[in-house]
Design a protein around this ligand. Sequence first.
Ligand code: C5P
Length: 232
Amino acid sequence: MGLEPRCYALVPAAGVGARSGADRPKQYVNLAGRAMMAHTLDALAAVPGLDATLVVLSPEDDQFEAAVPGFAGERAWVARCGGATRAESVANGLIELLARGAQPHDWVLVHDAARCLLRPEWVSRLIAACADDEVGGLLALPVADTLKDATAAGRVAATVDRRGKWAAQTPQMFRLGLLKPALAAGTEGVTDEASAIEALGHQPLLVESPMENFKVTWPADFALAERLLNSR
Ligand code: C5P
């Protein structure tokens, strides 16, 4: 066992994408000629500091191999161990990483399959910023818009002070030995890894990243992502 920590990417892709309006899990929607997730995994494969990428699929997934034929080789791992929530899928993925030889001091970079505009250099920036950090961190974007709290009827209840507010993105980079107990402590309401780490009293590092690293979520996001992919 080497003392130099390794870096693994973990891509939870076991969701159905209920908000997307698509006829299949959104990670398999075709964008610029390929499944959305193929673009995501290409970007991760081009990051020099990553030792391997683990894709976590739903146990019922029968589309991945046909949709992403290029994901192959020693550094490309697949496990059909997805759970009922994103946090469960990630927690199950960490167990799989341990089974494949990862150590508690190794770094895990969790990245949404649906952030398919990812650029390798943004990941490298995150790795460089967190490598000597005690906690770890995440890509994020300072909020530019004025934020509103809404009533159930879709009216403005209040304006939220946006100063000091950031929109969390992924990858989110933490040591396996910290992230695993953080997720085990309870995944209720946990929509990203950082919030589980925060619940233990830590303060993850915010590493600024462009708006282009958005998560394809709403119906209109697909056309926007495709335009950006085609313009590259
Ligand atoms: O639904 P949302 O867009 O927040 O999902 C973010 C990521 O988490 C997606 O890549 C999705 O496939 C994944 N996910 C998962 N297991 C679930 C739910 C979501 O791996 N049960």
